[in-house]
Design a protein around this ligand. Structure first.
Ligand code: ADP
Length: 481
């Protein structure tokens, strides 16, 4: 597995090496340019001065070529001055416009001739620079400067300077840059290692603490004495996660406790009934009565198990809800028809009121289950002669299904816990009515799985309204009924 420390070190090294490379190239290129500019400007100054001198005193130039000499007729030459010029301009030569050498300083050595294109440029009056190699392969910088007489090119003056010094300077600079780069890279390697150790220290402490926390001491929390905000946040996040895990573990424990307790009662009663029944010989009628009596407890166990399974499915990692576009009006109508007999049996009026609503994205089976739970409660807890009304309407981006009853209502102290598992507002009455305390948690689970909510308005003595809010389909116009 890759180590974070290695990654930090490598990344830092690559970054610094990249920066150093760019810096080195820029410095080298800058120095090279400056040195060339310096040599060129000095060569130009020399060529310009000599050119002006030759223009003013052409007699100083004792031409090598006799043809050219004959063209200088009438010029009286000063031999001494001419010799002095030859020595002062020791590395300078004069070429005729066609490129032949016609005059040279005292120390001029032979050099490769100018390229034709460069010669053409000088003929056009431009100053041309080129770099040639001396016999010992050292680089020589050369300037070719046009000397005009009355607008016509008379001579091409060539002055040169060795680039050996520049070359040595650049070699020295490269060496220096190399040493500095290696030093900086070594420092980057060491300091990135130190930084990585510093960063990883608190993380190592956290992981060591995490490794020591086991189930029995789940109340233990991370303590980190790091002065950095980010590590404090990390510690808080870890501790918050531990809190949540502990809460979920505890609630899981309570849930199992409650479930076992809920099952224990009917099972104990069943066992006692069966023992009493089997105590002595009984008539067929007595056995029949005992079985009928026990059937009630079995039914209760079946309901409890079914609801527990439903809750477990809803709370699982993979939601069992499969959503599709749904028309709630027909779904509600079906339910009302199914439950009408039960309501009539309990002398409760059951009605449906619908307004035009958009379709919803939902799972018909699960939504049916949610509305059945609400209707079942409303019918069970409403006294005979009461009314239960189901309403369907649209509110903003929601479709609301309300189950309204004229029952006893629920006291306010119960409201915060009503959707918790096994909670019953009036325990005795709920038990008598066959309630398990799981109906409303199932409704909430179904609402959550549909990205919806369940709300309650209630008034003691007047009744309750449970409203299931489901998100309306985003494209309501074609589906409005
Ligand atoms: P149960 O199976 O006991 O009805 P629920 O989770 O469905 O469990 O409901 C929790 C409690 O909320 C019930 O025990 C009851 O006290 C109260 N309750 C639910 N619906 C109504 C209602 N329509 N009218 C009055 N009380 C209600």
């Amino acid at each position: 597995m890759k180590s974070f420390r290695g990654l930090v070190r490598q990344s830092t090294l690559v970054l610094i090496a990249g920066l150093i490379l760019i810096f080195t190239i820029l410095v080298y290129w800058g120095f090279d340019t400056l040195l060339h500019q310096y040599v060129d400007s000095r060569l130009f100054a020399l060529a310009e001065t000599l050119g002006r001198l030759i223009q003013q005193r052409p007699d100083l130039v004792l031409l090598l070529d006799e043809d050219l000499l004959s063209r200088e007729e009438g010029v009286v030459r000063n031999e001494e001055e001419s010799r002095q010029l030859r020595e002062a301009a020791h590395s300078v030569r004069l070429l005729s416009p066609d490129g032949r050498m016609v005059w040279k300083g005292s120390e001029v050595v032979s050099r490769p001739p100018m390229e034709l294109a460069a010669l053409e440029q000088v003929r056009r009056g431009e100053t041309v620079y080129d770099t040639v190699q001396a016999w010992d392969a050292s680089p020589i910088r050369r300037v070719s400067f046009p000397i005009l007489f009355q607008g016509d090119l008379r001579y091409i003056l060539q002055a040169e300077a060795s680039l050996l010094f520049s070359q040595k300077t650049l070699t020295g600079l490269s060496l220096l840059l190399m040493i500095v780069s290696v030093g900086v890279l070594a420092m980057a390697w060491v300091s990135s290692g130190w930084l990585a150790r510093k960063v990883l220290g608190p993380i190592r402490i956290l992981s060591a603490t995490a490794a020591t926390i086991s189930e029995p001491d789940a109340r233990k929390r991370f303590v980190l004495d790091a002065p950095y905000e980010e590590f404090q946040q990390l510690t808080h996040a870890f501790n918050a996660m531990m809190d949540r895990l502990q809460m979920s573990r505890e609630s899981q424990g309570y849930f199992v406790d409650y479930a076992a307790h809920e099952m224990q009662t009917p099972l104990t009663v069943l066992q006692a009934n069966l023992e009493v029944t089997l105590n002595k010989a009984r008539t067929i009628e007595e056995y029949r009565d005992a079985l009928i009596n026990n059937l009630e407890h079995v039914e209760r166990l079946v309901t409890l198990t079914r609801e527990l399974l439903t809750l477990t499915r809803l709370a699982g990692d993979r939601t069992p809800v499969r959503r599709a576009l749904l028309d709630l009006q027909s779904l509600l109508q079906e339910l009302i028809d199914e439950l009408r007999v039960l309501a009539e049996d309990r002398q409760i009026g059951l009605s449906l009121q619908v307004e035009p609503t958009p379709l919803v994205l939902g799972d018909a089976q699960w939504l049916k289950q949610a509305v059945i739970n609400l209707l079942d409660n409303a019918i069970r807890y409403t006294p005979p002669g009461g009314e239960v009304t189901v309403r369907l309407r649209a509110t903003n981006e929601w479709v609301a299904v309300s189950v309204e009853d004229t029952g006893p209502g629920i006291e306010s102290q119960h409201l915060p816990y009503l959707f918790e598992r096994f909670y019953r507002a009036d325990f005795a009455r709920a038990r008598d009515c066959g309630g398990t305390g799981l109906g409303l948690p199932i409704v909430k689970g179904i609402a959550d799985a549909h990205s919806g909510t369940i709300t309650l308005e209630t008034e003691v003595g007047k009744g309750s309204i449970f409203t299931l809010l489901l998100p309306a389909d985003k494209n309501p116009s074609p589906s409005i009924r």
